[in-house]
Design a protein around this ligand. Structure first.
Ligand SMILES: Cc1cc2nc3c(=O)[nH]c(=O)nc-3n(C[C@H](O)[C@H](O)[C@H](O)COP(=O)(O)O)c2cc1C
Length: 367
């Protein structure tokens, strides 16, 4: 069986790519050096970027053999959204640089894969255009900046367009200090991220690049939360202190994230912070994590360390560059297959069996 999107026929089993590594290599081949620097790079000396990967590599599995596991249960519900497996695609701004249909292709692929995308506000395409590109549920990402009325206007547009939830990014009051692109004198063209702003694009541009910051506080977040009826995630929490403030502000879920190492540099790897956040939250809201997830085994580690779902950023953007919706669908299929194979080999049948007993600290250096 094959699925059709607007532009291409997609093989549902990912035959075009045998492994995720092939997808990453294809993205590298397809993108020019400036775009690769945008996608692959981070902020400063890229310590946060490396530490996301290093943090995951510090864990090994503790298998339970002869557990009699044959069939797996990996479907879940997150903020009322049914997911075929516990993964969301992370918001990817500047998306038109990676594929001419950007997040529209991601939305088509996630619908086919039975999961949901978190759609970036900083897109070449309007949120309405992305909403129409795939018939699955979607989450809209917004930044914690600007006048609350301006934020609410965009949030209401997203609700009108059918987004099931909102995700507010708190770690991007202005752009990080991204030296890989600065060295190349490359600035992402405005049309690649301003599809939602219309005539307000210039003020959004000033906010992003001027370094002037955002006057939002947790109180601002709490006030806008009260004026919205859809579930709200907050993305960019790294400490127990911020997790407690997020819960107090009335959020419905937390994403432990350092923005893929693209904002403040020298932040800890996200799975190093995940247990602190999970312990603070104590089940009051679900907790997601992103940062450095490149393989199915990484998903299993993140869930074992307490995440309810995992977001994939560069994996999605690279797959988009490698092959549009077909590439993203192939990547999600391979990610799911390797995650499920790892679960089965580790002797765990269901998501509820994934806890701290699945992993132990790894002796030795990074992978
Ligand atoms: C090219 C690119 C664009 C991104 N744009 C956004 C964005 O617009 N909003 C946002 O909240 N996060 C953005 N992020 C961060 C991701 O949503 C996510 O937090 C991060 O990529 C996770 O790390 P990973 O790339 O190692 O999976 C972007 C990441 C990349 C790689």
């Amino acid at each position: 069986m094959t699925h059709s999107t607007d532009e291409q026929t997609v093989e549902p089993t990912g035959e075009r790519f045998a492994t995720l590594e092939e997808i990453y290599a294809r993205a590298r081949e397809r993108l020019d050096a400036d775009t690769w620097a945008v996608l692959d790079g981070g902020a400063g000396v890229e310590q946060s970027l490396r530490d996301n990967l290093a943090a995951l590599s510090r864990w090994s599995f503790r298998p339970k053999y002869l557990s009699g596991v044959t069939e797996l249960v990996t479907g879940t519900t997150f903020l009322g959204i049914d997911l075929a497996f516990p993964v969301l695609t992370a918001p990817i701004g500047g998306d038109g640089m990676f594929h001419e249909r950007g997040q529209c292709e991601i939305a088509a692929a996630t619908a086919m894969a039975g999961i949901a995308p978190v759609v970036s506000e900083a897109s070449r395409f309007s949120l309405e255009t992305v909403a129409a590109a795939g018939d699955g549920p979607k989450i809209m990402q917004l930044h914690a900046w600007g006048e609350p009325e301006e934020f609410l206007a965009l949030a209401h547009r997203a609700c009108q367009a059918g987004y099931a939830a909102l995700c507010v990014t708190i770690d991007c009051p202005t752009l990080g200090w991204r030296e890989r692109t600065m060295t190349r004198r490359f600035v992402t063209p405005q049309e690649q991220w301003s599809g939602n702003y219309g005539a307000d694009a210039t003020s959004a541009a000033n906010r992003l690049v001027s370094g002037s910051g955002s006057d939002w506080t947790w109180e601002t977040l709490s006030q806008v939360r009260q004026r919205l009826d859809v579930p709200m995630l907050v993305k960019g929490v790294l400490t127990g202190e911020d997790a407690e403030l997020a819960v107090a502000a009335g959020v419905d879920g937390i994403v432990v994230s350092n923005h893929g190492g693209r904002q403040l540099d020298c932040l800890p790897g996200t799975v190093d912070q995940l247990p602190e956040v999970v312990e603070t939250v104590r089940g009051r809201v679900p907790v997601a994590v992103d940062g450095g997830i490149r393989r199915g085994a990484d998903v299993l580690k993140a869930l074992a360390l307490g995440a309810d779902v995992v977001l994939v950023g560069r994996l999605t953007a690279m797959a988009l560059a490698a092959g549009g919706a077909a590439g993203v669908y192939a990547a999600l299929s391979l990610l799911r297959a390797e995650f499920e194979r790892s679960m089965l080999l580790a002797g765990r049948r269901a998501l509820k069996d994934l806890d701290r007993s699945v992993v132990q600290p790894r002796a030795g250096g990074p992978r």
